[in-house]
Ligand binder design. Structure first.
Ligand SMILES: [Zn+2]
Length: 293
């Protein structure tokens, strides 16, 4: 069974400065450098991924977006400014998505089909977002984590690719994120902190558990490969912040140097296709459940 390798393309350092420390910082070209490393890795294993990009990254670094398209990968949208849905009104969310989609389509000449919400912020409280995503012209969404996290997650949502009819009667296909069962808990084990912090044997075990039932959706951020020291202004902000914030931010650095190796091991072992192909396969089967919101 094919799985999908997805990348949320954002500049980790400037977003952390804005959202964690409330300080302005220009986007840095670290996002270009580390997305480039992901592109090289995928090319080495002749794999095509799905890159969910921010409108603000496309605006600042249009060449990167063109390169992703030229190398044959799928482009999706991750919002314009990386605002989570619970921070926006439906009208603001519509503008974020439409502006980002227009910008990426104009750059590449290719129609964008897929969307991923920043920080998986489609939850029971923000399910209105699915209607906005459909209204903005997306065919599919991949934002729901069908388990409860601290600030994200939709416990009880289907783990299968699911056809959704939204409140205004629009249709959308949802590709939920992968969750694995471990010690009686359901955990988002195939990306982000779980991929970074746990040893590879654990990731592999979880991948095979999920993959025996359905396609696995791997996700990562280019900044998770960034092991170079961040700019001084980041450390000044970190030092001036509260203890808990310091612990949280420092934990985001643990094991970064091993992430590249783990991704490479996954690419060596398993076949991946872009997400739109999994959606197409699902549409051909048409025997999965429909959720009406
Ligand atoms: Zn993100």
């Amino acid at each position: 069974m094919y799985s999908s390798f997805t990348i949320d393309v954002e500049d980790g350092v400037s977003l952390a400065m804005r959202d964690i420390f409330y300080r302005d910082m220009e986007q840095t070209d670290r996002v270009v450098k580390h997305t480039g490393r992901v592109l090289d890795l995928l090319a080495r294993y002749e794999t095509k991924g799905t890159f969910f990009v921010l409108g603000m990254v496309a605006e600042r670094f249009p060449g990167l977006i063109k390169q992703i398209a030229q190398e044959g990968h799928e482009l999706g949208i991750h919002g314009y400014n990386h605002y989570q849905f619970f921070r926006m009104t439906p009208e603001e969310a519509f503008k974020e998505l439409s502006d980002a989609k227009d910008r990426v389509e104009n750059l590449t000449g290719v129609k964008v089909l897929g969307h991923r919400a920043p920080a998986f912020s489609i939850t029971p409280e923000t399910k209105w977002g699915l209607d906005v995503i459909a209204r903005a012209g997306f065919t599919y969404d991949s934002s729901i984590m069908p388990a409860k996290g601290r600030r994200y997650g939709w416990r009880g949502f289907s783990k299968e690719i699911t056809h959704i009819k939204t409140e205004s009667g629009r249709t959308l296909v949802e590709v939920p994120m992968s969750v694995g069962r471990f010690l009686g808990k359901e955990l988002p084990v195939c990306g982000g902190g779980y991929l970074r912090l746990f040893p590879f044997w654990f990731t592999q075990k979880m991948f095979e558990q999920i993959g025996s039932e359905r396609p696995v959706i791997v996700y990562m951020h280019p900044y998770e490969l960034d092991t170079e020291r961040y700019p001084d202004e980041y450390f000044e902000a970190l030092k001036a912040s509260k203890c808990m914030k310091q612990i949280k931010m420092r934990s985001m650095w643990i094991n970064r140097k091993n992430t590249y190796y783990k991704l490479e091991e996954l690419l060596k072992r398993y076949p991946f296709v872009p997400l739109y192909q999994l959606v197409d396969q699902y549409k051909q089967k048409q025997n999965c459940g429909e959720v009406i919101l």
